[in-house]
Ligand binder design. Structure first.
Ligand code: WT7
Length: 656
C-alpha cells in the first residue's frame, strides 16, 4: 500500500501554563481522555446530551441519529428549534445589556451593539424580509461587506427559515451569477459599496452585472444597505429596495419560525478542485451544535472574553466563529471591516490593544504577511489582554507558529491550530488549550466525539509517522448534509466506494506522530512523487520557511525523466525579490538548506522568486496554477477568483 513519507521532524512541545490550566474548561489531558472515552463508548448519548444542554428546543427530539439512509444522516430529527432564537432571544433576560458586537469600520469608527439591540435589529429586518414576500425555505444570497448588518442579514434569514447563501464580497459577477442560479435564490442582500483599505468596493454594481448575465430570473428583490454615499446608480424600481426603507416601521419583535432540526440552515459554495462550485448544505440543529460546542471547547470560552475572528462572513469560518458560535454562546466579539495593513501595519495590534481582545483567531497567510513586515509593529502595542491565539485555513509552518507564539502571544498564550473544513461545519481537530500540549505545525488531537483516523487506499489505518488520507469514521452533527441539488456528487466525493461508503473523506493527507498528534501534510491532490517517495507539500514548504530569509513558500511537482517528479519551489523572501546572479546564489543556498533540513530527497530542482504567491480570496495558495507555471503550460483555469492575478505574469516571466 502506498503511504506518504513524512520527513519533517518537529520536537518542540508547549504545555499550557498552570495558570491557564487551572481556569480551563477541560483542565488536563486526563479530563480530555475521559471525554473522548465517554464519546467513544456512548456515542449517541454523548451528542444527545450536548444537544439538550447547549441548544434551547421548542420541541425536544426523540432520536439522536437516524443512519438508515447513510450517508444522508439525520440528527435530532423530530426536534424543533430556531437558530436565531438560540443566538439572541434566549440570552436577553440575562445578557440583554451585554455587548454582542464591537464593530470597527475601515476608517476606525467604532459601533457597539448589545444583545438586546442586535435582537431588535434582527427582528425588524426579519419582519421586513417577510413583508417582501420572502419566506421559509427560500434561498437568499448575502453579498455584504464585513458589518453588523451582514450578521443581521444572516440571523434574520435563520429567524424566518430562509436559507442563506453568503457569497464573499470579493467574488466576481460571474461567480455570483453561478451561485444565484444554482441555488434558485429569490433575493439578494447587499450594500451599495464596501470600504476596505481606504478604497470602495463596488457591491451593488457587481450584483447588477450578475443579474444582467442572465439565468437569475428567480431573483425578485435586491435589498441594499447604504454604507456610503455612492455606488447605487443603476437602481431598478420594483426590484431594488434600500435596507432602511425595508425596516422602516417594522415591529421590534418577530416570532421565530420553528424549524425542523434537519431543515437546511444555509448553503455555502466552496470551489471544488475541478468543475463547478459545490453548494455545501448545512443543517439547522447539527450545525448549530457544532458551532456552539466547538466555540466553547476550542477557545475555552469565558463570559468576559472579547473574541476576535478575522475571517470574513463569506467563508465558513465567518459563519461558525463570527455569526453563530460566538452569538450562540452570548459572547462579545470584534468584527472588522478593513484589512490588516491599513492605514498601516499597526492595525491588528492597535485593535487588540484598544478593544482588549482576549482571544485572537486568524489565518496562517495573515500571520506570514505580518511576519514579513517585522516584529516592530506588534512590539509597539500592549497585547497583554490576549490569553489565547488560534489559526485556521492551512497548515501553519512551525517557524510562523513560533513567531505568533513569541511576538504576539509573548510566550504566554496557547495556540489552537484548528483543522476543519467548510464541509465539517465546525472544528474537528485542535488542542483543547488547557489539556493538550501543543507542537508547532500540528493541529494535535481530535475533539471528543470526532473519530478521526489516517488510512491508506484500502481503508486500513497507516502506522505512526506514515502519511495517508485523513478520514472521519463516524458521522457527526455538523457534517455537510448534501451538495445542494447534487446528492450523487455528495456521495461520490465524501463517502467514496473505496471505503464502502463508510468514512468521510476529507481530501487532505496527514500523518500521526508517536503521541497520536495529527500533522496535516496538504491536499491529497497536491502530493508529489519524487523517486518513488510520496511527499506532502507542507513539510518542504515549512523547511523553506524555517530559513531566515524566507517569508512564504509553495512547492509543486513537475515531470522529471528519472525521478518521476522534481520539486519546484516558489519562494517569497522577507526582503526584496532577488534577480540575476543574486537569485541564483540564494536559490542554491535554499536548495542546500532543504537538503540539510529534511534530506536530499526533498531538495528542490528549481526555485523561483516572486513578490507574492497566487492565492484564493480566502488566502489559500493555488498550487494548481503554480503546477501549470512550473511545467511551462498555459494557464487555462479561471483566475478571476485570485486575490492577486498579476502575480502570475511575474512568476511566468521568471522562467528561463
Ligand atoms: C481545507 C478546508 C476551515 C475553515 C477555513 C477553510 C485546510 C484548514 C487547517 C489547519 C492544516 C488546514 C485543509 C482543509 N486547512 N485548516 N488548521 N491545518 N490545514 O475552509 O476552505 O473548506 O478549506 O483547509 O486542507 O481541507 P475550507
Amino acid at each position: 500500500m502506498s503511504t506518504i513519507d513524512s520527513v519533517l521532524k518537529e520536537t518542540r512541545l508547549f504545555p499550557p501554563s498552570d495558570d491557564f490550566r487551572r481556569r480551563a474548561l477541560v483542565p488536563s489531558l486526563d479530563a480530555y481522555h475521559a471525554l473522548c472515552e465517554q464519546a467513544d463508548d456512548h456515542y449517541l448519548s454523548f451528542w444527545g446530551d450536548l444537544a439538550r444542554e447547549q441548544i434551547s428546543w421548542k420541541k425536544p427530539f426523540s432520536r439522536v441519529l437516524d443512519d438508515s439512509n447513510a450517508p444522508f444522516f439525520k440528527w435530532f430529527d423530530d426536534g424543533l428549534l430556531n437558530v436565531s432564537y438560540n443566538c439572541l432571544d434566549r440570552h436577553l433576560a440575562q445578557h440583554g445589556n451585554k455587548l454582542a458586537i464591537i464593530f470597527e469600520a475601515d476608517d476606525g469608527a467604532v459601533t457597539r451593539v448589545t444583545y438586546a439591540e442586535l435582537h431588535r435589529r434582527v427582528c425588524q429586518f426579519a419582519n421586513g424580509l417577510k413583508a417582501q414576500g420572502i419566506k421559509r425555505g427560500d434561498r437568499v444570497v448575502v453579498y455584504m461587506p464585513m458589518s453588523i448588518e451582514a450578521v443581521v442579514a444572516m440571523q434574520a434569514c435563520a429567524r424566518i427559515g430562509a436559507i442563506h447563501s453568503v457569497v464573499f464580497g470579493g467574488f466576481s459577477a460571474k461567480s455570483v451569477q453561478e451561485r444565484i442560479q444554482d441555488a434558485g435564490a429569490v433575493a439578494v442582500i447587499t450594500a451599495n459599496e464596501g470600504l476596505r483599505g481606504g478604497k470602495s468596493v463596488p457591491l451593488k454594481a457587481v450584483i447588477d452585472e450578475a443579474l444582467g448575465l442572465g439565468g437569475c430570473e428567480s431573483i425578485q428583490r435586491v435589498v441594499v444597505f447604504q454604507r456610503t454615499n455612492g455606488g447605487a446608480s443603476d437602481w431598478q424600481e420594483g426590484r431594488d429596495i434600500w435596507w432602511h426603507k425595508l425596516t422602516e416601521g417594522q415591529p421590534e419583535q418577530c416570532e421565530p419560525e420553528w424549524m425542523n432540526a434537519e431543515d437546511p440552515l444555509f448553503i455555502l459554495y466552496t470551489s471544488g478542485s475541478t468543475g463547478k462550485p459545490k453548494g455545501i448544505q448545512h443543517s439547522t440543529a447539527g450545525y448549530l451544535l457544532g458551532a456552539i460546542n466547538s466555540f466553547r471547547m476550542v477557545f475555552d470560552y469565558k463570559p468576559n472574553d472579547v473574541f476576535w475572528c478575522t475571517a470574513d462572513v463569506g467563508w465558513i469560518t465567518g459563519h461558525s466563529y463570527v455569526c453563530y458560535g460566538p452569538l450562540g454562546n452570548a459572547a462579545t466579539q470584534v468584527i472588522f471591516e478593513g484589512v490588516p495593513t491599513y492605514p498601516d501595519a499597526h492595525r491588528f495590534w492597535q485593535m487588540i490593544e484598544k478593544h482588549k481582545v482576549t482571544i485572537f483567531y486568524t489565518a496562517p497567510t495573515a500571520i506570514r504577511s505580518l511576519i514579513k513586515l517585522g516584529a516592530d509593529f506588534p512590539n509597539q502595542h500592549d497585547l497583554s489582554s490576549l490569553r489565547l491565539l488560534g489559526t485556521v485555513g492551512e497548515p501553519i509552518n512551525p517557524e510562523a507558529w513560533i513567531w505568533y507564539h513569541e511576538v504576539v502571544g509573548k510566550g504566554r498564550c496557547p495556540i489552537v491550530d484548528t483543522w476543519w473544513q467548510t464541509e465539517t461545519g465546525s472544528v474537528m481537530i485542535a488542542p483543547l488549550p488547557g489539556a493538550v500540549a501543543t507542537k508547532p505545525g500540528s493541529c494535535t488531537l481530535p475533539l471528543p466525539g470526532v473519530i478521526a483516523d489516517i488510512v491508506d487506499e484500502s481503508g486500513a489505518p497507516v502506522e505512526p509517522g506514515k502519511g495517508g488520507m485523513l478520514v472521519i469514521k463516524k458521522p457527526f452533527p455538523s457534517l455537510v448534509r448534501t451538495i445542494w441539488g447534487d446528492p450523487e456528487r455528495f456521495k461520490k466525493t465524501y463517502f467514496p466506494e473505496e471505503f464502502n461508503g463508510k468514512y468521510y473523506l476529507a481530501g487532505d493527507s496527514a500523518n500521526r506522530d508517536e503521541h497520536g498528534y495529527f500533522w496535516i501534510m496538504g491536499r491529497i491532490d497536491d502530493v508529489l512523487n519524487v523517486s518513488g517517495h510520496r511527499l506532502g507539500t507542507m513539510e518542504i514548504e515549512s523547511a523553506l520557511v524555517a530559513n531566515p530569509l524566507v517569508a512564504e513558500a509553495a512547492v509543486v511537482g513537475k515531470p522529471h525523466e528519472i525521478k518521476g517528479e522534481a520539486v519546484v519551489a516558489f519562494v517569497v523572501l522577507k526582503g526584496q525579490r532577488p534577480t540575476g546572479e543574486d537569485a541564483k546564489k540564494i536559490a542554491d543556498q535554499l536548495k542546500s538548506w532543504v537538503a540539510h533540513e529534511i534530506g536530499k530527497i526533498a531538495q528542490p530542482d528549481d526555485i523561483r522568486f516572486g513578490d507574492n504567491l497566487p492565492k484564493t480570496r480566502s488566502g489559500k495558495i493555488m498550487r494548481r496554477l503554480l503546477r501549470a507555471i512550473a511545467r511551462g503550460e498555459e494557464i487555462t483555469q479561471d483566475t478571476s477568483t485570485l486575490e492577486n492575478p498579476a502575480i502570475l505574469t511575474q512568476l511566468q516571466e521568471g522562467i528561463r
